[in-house]
Design a protein around this ligand. Structure first.
Ligand SMILES: [Zn+2]
Length: 365
């Protein structure tokens, strides 16, 4: 098993295609062909985390935050980012970062925090745009089943809790094979009329290559006619933030207490209480002040996030309780989750969660 194999697994599970454009995700340093000795999962790949990996005999670090976020024009060790990357390179430790590729996944940072708080009926708060594609192709009736199966096997035709979704119309196609053609049916120089099924399926954008390949391989025609187009409806399971409901309404003070306990934080900053119970809760792990309007529009009683500024607290307009529980605290379930899925998938070598706490923020009580 190589560093590249682990990177490929993570990219299949949390496609980098959905990371935000400002982000820097994926394999940040390390050679893909090197064998993996073991993985350390950490929040931030600080120099101390690289040291921990080396001490524990592990040569790959999987992190939530990318240690390299902006471009590096030189590597001289003048700041904590450069020192960490230089040490990782010297010691042969690879670093892979997920960040917004994970945020935009339905099991992302916000959903993990929402589940820890006991929220149910989880939905994506701000679905990402431009993520759904449709493929339409035309195939002889007798080959339609095999073609549909190939498309489904490539990941097309999944809508919510349903798979094998397609729409099919029977009609006929016409074509004239020209010189050099090797037609599946019909004769050179003659217009042929073939009973065909028009098959259409939806799929998420990152599967475009795989679905197109599967269609070409399963289609009997030398030159299959097909269209792939983008739709303006949004994929309901790809996007930032989570909206969920408490099993029973709580008064605002009780909810704040629960948040403190679950997120293991001694202090919360929040806007004025509304004097109404809390039931629908929006969660955005990390910095989520940008989601205040979306949370209000979704009818949330609360937005739980981190990194809120003074003026952000006004933006709730008394309609929504805004809670700043800290950037790290609202992301704290990521490393445990990644450790679990990596050790389930790769039981043959060590996958361990970092023992260090990389939160740079302290509270003086
Ligand atoms: Zn963050």
């Amino acid at each position: 098993m190589t560093i590249g194999d682990i990177a490929a697994f993570l990219n299949r599970r949390f496609p980098r295609a959905y990371a935000e454009s400002f982000d820097n995700t994926g394999l940040l340093c390390g050679e893909p062909e090197v064998e993996v000795k073991g993985i350390l999962v950490a929040h931030d790949a600080l120099e101390s985390v690289v040291d921990e990996a080396v001490e524990r005999g592990l040569n790959m670090i999987v992190t939530y935050h990318p240690i390299v976020f902006k471009g590096l024009k030189s590597l001289t060790g003048r700041n904590y980012v450069e020192r960490s990357v230089m040490k990782a390179l010297r010691k042969g430790v690879a670093i892979y970062a997920l960040h917004t590729a994970l945020d935009n996944h339905r099991d992302g940072v916000s959903a993990l925090t929402a589940r820890a708080l006991g929220l149910t009926d989880l939905k994506v708060l701000i679905p990402q745009e431009d993520n759904l594609r449709v493929l339409v192709t035309y195939v002889p009736h007798a080959r339609a089943d095999a073609l549909r199966e190939a498309l489904f096997a490539a990941g097309a035709g999944v809508i919510g809790n349903y798979d094998s979704c397609s729409y099919n119309v029977e009609g006929y196609g016409t074509f004239r094979p020209l010189e050099g053609a090797q037609p599946f049916v019909g004769e050179q120089g003659k217009v042929h009329r073939e009973p065909e099924t028009r098959v259409s399926v939806v799929f998420p954008r990152h599967l475009t290559g795989a679905v197109e390949r599967a269609m070409r391989e399963a289609h009997p025609y030398e030159e299959p006619a097909y269209e792939i187009y983008a739709t303006v409806n949004r994929h309901p399971e790809i996007g930032i933030g989570t909206l969920g409901s408490l099993p029973a309404p709580l008064d605002e003070a009780a909810f704040l207490q629960q948040v403190k306990k679950v997120l293991q934080t001694p202090v919360l900053r929040h806007s004025a209480m509304r004097g109404k119970p809390v039931e629908r809760v929006a969660v955005v792990g990390g910095s989520g002040a940008f989601a205040i309007d979306a949370a209000r529009a979704a009818g949330a009683d609360v937005l739980l996030t981190g990194d809120m500024k003074y003026h952000d607290f006004f933006a709730g307009e008394g309609e929504i309780l805004l809670i700043d529980a800290g950037h790290y605290e609202t992301e704290r379930f990521v490393t445990g989750y990644l450790t679990r899925i990596l050790s389930e998938k790769f039981p043959n070598f060590a996958v361990v969660e970092s023992e260090g706490d990389t939160n740079p923020v302290y509270y003086y009580m």
